[in-house]
Design a protein around this ligand. Structure first.
Ligand SMILES: [Mg+2]
Length: 215
């Protein structure tokens, strides 16, 4: 792939691709069980067992990514708790440099995220990234998760994205597979979505650590 010649559309996941997944890992795996333990008067271990089981029921579905679903299911104000921890939201190392470069090259930049619109709004406010993008699309707006081929059909039809001239980058191998099956020409995985966890490998896809590796 030659980005200059082969690519017009750059489709980017948000959490774990543009932003350090460490915020979300910490929030959902540590902070939420802590808050749940306090509310229900449980030990942290008990709260983790209960909360993680609830997560696994809806993994990969739109509910998994939905703040309202978790506010209701756990009896916690997720939006307020995200605001309490927002200082941990950070861009991945060379994300801004990459976006600057692609904007100057007149590429058409999209965010494609499963994150809830409230979470997207909070993260855009903190990072100031929104001005780089022609569209910031949450799967909640389309009512279908990126794991579903319908998401990609809607993207092609409603946003006129030419998949033959598109590069999609995401830290989820499952989502890269669906994008490929839906006709996206170029895809790359992220090997280090969470700065606190060692690099992941992907079986079927090329991965990058830094965006600079795309050139
Ligand atoms: Mg991601």
């Amino acid at each position: 792939m030659n980005i200059d010649k082969d690519v017009d559309f750059i489709l980017l996941d948000m959490d774990g691709t543009l932003l350090d997944l460490h915020y979300d890992s910490h929030f959902w795996l540590e902070f939420i069980p802590q808050q749940y333990a306090l509310k229900e008067n449980l030990s942290l271990a008990q709260a983790k067992t209960h909360v993680y089981a609830l997560y696994s029921h809806v993994s990969g579905q739109l509910s998994w990514y939905c703040q309202n679903y978790w506010s209701k299911t756990l009896g916690l104000d997720i939006s307020r708790l995200q605001h309490m921890t927002k200082q941990k939201v950070k861009c991945r190392v060379d994300a801004v440099i990459f976006l600057e470069k692609m904007k100057k090259a007149d590429k058409r930049l999209f965010i494609l995220t499963n994150a809830h619109p409230n979470s997207v709004a909070l993260k855009m406010k903190i990072t100031g990234l929104s001005h780089y993008f022609e569209h910031i699309i949450s799967s909640h707006d389309l009512q279908v998760a990126k794991e579903d081929t319908c998401f990609w059909q809607l993207l092609e039809k409603d946003f006129h994205v030419d998949f033959s001239r598109s590069l999609f980058i995401d830290d989820s191998e499952k989502i890269l597979q669906v994008a490929t099956d839906s006709g996206v020409q170029w895809v790359r995985g992220i090997s280090t979505p969470d700065s606190a966890i060692p690099a992941q490998t992907m079986q079927g896809f090329n991965t990058i650590n830094l965006f600079a590796e795309l050139f």
